[in-house]
Write a protein that binds this ligand. Sequence first.
Ligand code: NI
Length: 272
Amino acid sequence: MSVETIKSLFKELWIPYAKVTSQAEKIRDLLHAQGETIVNDHVAFRSFDLGPYPIQTLAQPFLELGYKATGRYDFKQKKLDAISFSHPSHEVPRVFISQLRVKELPDQAQAILKTLIAQIPGAQTQAAIRSELSWPPIEKASYLELAKVSEYAAWLSVFGLRVNHFTVSVNALKRFPELESLNSFLQAQGFRLNGAPDHSIKGNPQCGLAQSSTVADTIPWSFPDGELDLPSCYYEFAKRFVKAGESELFDGFVTQSADKIFESTDRKHHSA
Ligand code: NI
C-alpha cells in the first residue's frame, strides 16, 4: 500500500473533524501564513470496548495499511484502554485509539450507553471513521447524564468515531521549533490552551514527548430534545525527543500526559 494512499485517507479523516473544529483550520492557515509546512504527528480516535468497534476493530484499516502497534496504555481514573500504532515508513501520522471500559461506569450511564451501542451497525469500520456519527443522535438529557460520570462518554456519544484530534508535529516546524514559542504565538492570536498559563506543556524531553493542546471549540448543538453549547474537538501540538540510551525519536505516548490532554474536551473549560 503506497504512502500516498494513506495520506489521502488522512485528508478524508480531516473533513468530519474540521467540520466541528473551526480553530484547527484557523491555526493551520496561520501556520501556513508563517511559511510553515504542517506535518501530522498523530490522530486520535475514541470508542467503546462494547459493540462493533473496539480498538482491535477500529485498528484494522490501519493494520491493513501496514501500521504496527507501538504501545498499550491504561487510564484507570478515566476507565480507558488505548493502543498506539505507527507506520514503518514514518511518513504518515501515528494513530492512537482509546476505548471506554463501559462496564466500569455507574448503572445508569451503562444503560444509556448499552442502548446506544445496540444501535451501532457493525462491519462498516471504513465508513464509521470517516463519518460524523454512526448511530442515531443521543438525547440531551442522556448526554448530560453521561457527562456527570464520564466526559469521554458524553463526547463520544455526540461526536462518534470521527477523529477526536489531529496533532501538529512541532519537530517539523521551522519558525516555532519548540512548544514554548508555538504556544506563545497561538495565545497571542487568541487561542486558549489546555492547562494555561502554567501547565500547558505536558511531558518533557526525558520521557520522549512533550505536548500541548487547545481547549476544544464550543459549538451550538441540536439534540432531538433541545439545544446546548458543548465542547467539540481540539488541536494538539507534539514535540518528540530521542530518549537517553535510544537512537531514534520516541515513537509512543506517555500515559500521564495523555491523561491530562483527554481533558481538552471537558465541559469545565466551557462557559456552557
Ligand atoms: Ni494526542
